[in-house]
Design a protein around this ligand. Structure first.
Ligand SMILES: Cc1ncc(COP(=O)(O)O)c(C=O)c1O
Length: 409
């Protein structure tokens, strides 16, 4: 076989299939109860609404535009709907502050491309969204730990970045119900991230993929809203907000957006022209129709189901997990983050769990830029019914109890 490694660009060396992904290939087995996939429940997709929307596009005058090339910024009526939507959450934005992407994942890739030169530093939380690390890795950055509750000085970050051969370019975080922990950054933490970004003169990347999925508690203003309150105008801000329809309407259409200052949006548009010209116009039109007709009702439907599953999972953890195991209590999103007793390894536990307990989850190590977090794991409740949750967490609790006892012996 040809040895491609010296032909591939050096950036490709960080693109590797993980051992965890190999283990998770086993998930399709019907005997496994899976809390691994962080995906929406397909039962909740507004499929009839989408069927009607596509039928209307195909039977009306919009069909030519739907099938034709289009502008890189995105479908204007959708950008207008999004501008109004952003205003509702405290972000006064014009259409020129909104840019449509093929899922927010594409937004993250473009952000990596726009901001990171090799050896620059990206600040990310420990743990963070694995897909963000994958998107940024291609641009060969270093990572440093962003801790919205911490007190590391801007100078300390700047020095570490300089020693790594570049400078800090942005702080990336998911402030609401993050993937993987389900946790939310409080108001003071958001303000601290903004202070840090101002001192370091860097961008803030606000990943809002789960922001609409709050089941209880008070909404906290998005970081971009807080910065607009400081600066008076979105075009003076340094926060780049990445939104997604994947968790509310459906991920298969691949429609997300970026909301930011016009200067950043104009650059992103140029990147898109080079990458894929524009996102699927017909999918943007369908999303726009479905969103205009019933976004709030769809979100309310999802809330009812996921809130119930979240509460069922927290109750089952309480019932079945042995002492020494802790977990987050998310007010929204799709995930609960479990910390096992020190010395236990999530990846080894997954291998054993698939074999004996027949329960799947994602070992937490995958979400740490520094490869730490051995004794953590991510559970997703979005696709699990009551029976799966009760039985799956019972089996997992038994397995963890046995492993903890063996460790203590
Ligand atoms: C935190 C976070 N950001 C972004 C994404 C990407 O979503 P999409 O590209 O479907 O909008 C995901 C998907 O799981 C996610 O969990």
């Amino acid at each position: 076989m040809l040895d491609w490694d010296h032909i591939f660009a050096t950036r490709s060396s960080r693109m590797r299939a993980s051992e965890i992904r190999e283990l998770l290939k086993l998930l399709d087995r019907p005997d496994i109860i899976s809390f691994a996939g962080g995906i929406p429940d397909p039962e909740l997709f507004p499929d009839v609404e989408f069927k009607d929307a596509y039928a209307e596009i195909f039977s009306g005058p919009a069909v030519s535009a739907a099938l034709q090339y289009s502008v890189s910024e995105g479908y204007k009526p959708l950008r207008e709907w999004l501008a109004k939507q952003m205003e509702k959450i405290g972000i006064p934005a014009g259409v020129d502050n909104i840019f449509i992407t093929s899922g927010s994942q594409q937004g993250l890739d473009y952000i990596g491309k726009l901001f990171l030169s090799p050896n620059d530093t990206a600040l990310v939380t420990w743990p963070t969204y694995l897909g963000a690390l994958q998107a940024f890795n291609a641009y060969e950055p270093h990572y440093d730990q962003l801790n919205p509750g911490g007190n590391r000085t801007p100078a300390a970050y700047a020095e570490a970045a300089k020693a790594a051969g570049g400078r800090v370019k942005f702080a990336y975080l998911s402030a609401d119900f993050s993937n993987p922990t389900g946790e939310t950054v409080d108001l003071a933490g958001r303000e601290r991230v903004l202070d840090l970004a101002e001192e370091l003169d860097i961008a803030v990347i606000e990943d809002a993929a789960y922001q609409s999925l709050r089941y209880d508690g008070e909404a906290i203003p998005p970081i971009l809203a807080l910065e607009i309150a400081r600066k008076g105008d979105i075009n003076h801000t340094r926060t780049v907000y990445c939104g997604s329809f994947s968790k509310t309407l459906a991920p298969g259409l691949r429609v997300g957006w970026v909301c930011a200052s016009e200067t950043v949006i104009r650059k992103l548009v140029l990147l898109k022209q080079a990458a894929d010209l524009h996102s699927s116009t017909i999918n943007q039109m369908a999303i726009c129709t479905v969103a205009e007709r019933g976004f709030d009702a769809q979100v309310a439907k999802i809330h009812r189901v996921y809130k119930h599953r979240r509460s069922a999972m927290l109750a089952a953890l309480e019932k079945y997990m042995p002492a020494g195991v802790t977990w987050t209590k998310p007010e929204g999103g799709m995930f609960v983050w479990v910390t096992l007793p020190k010395g236990m390894d999530g990846t080894a536990l997954l291998a054993k769990s698939l074999e004996t307990a027949k329960v799947a989850f994602v070992p937490g190590r995958a979400f740490f830029a520094d490869g730490s977090g051995e004794n953590t794991l991510r559970l997703s409740f979005s696709c699990a019914n009551d029976k799966m949750i009760e039985e799956g967490i019972r089996r997992l609790g038994d397995l963890v109890r046995g492993e903890a006892a063996a460790l203590a012996a």
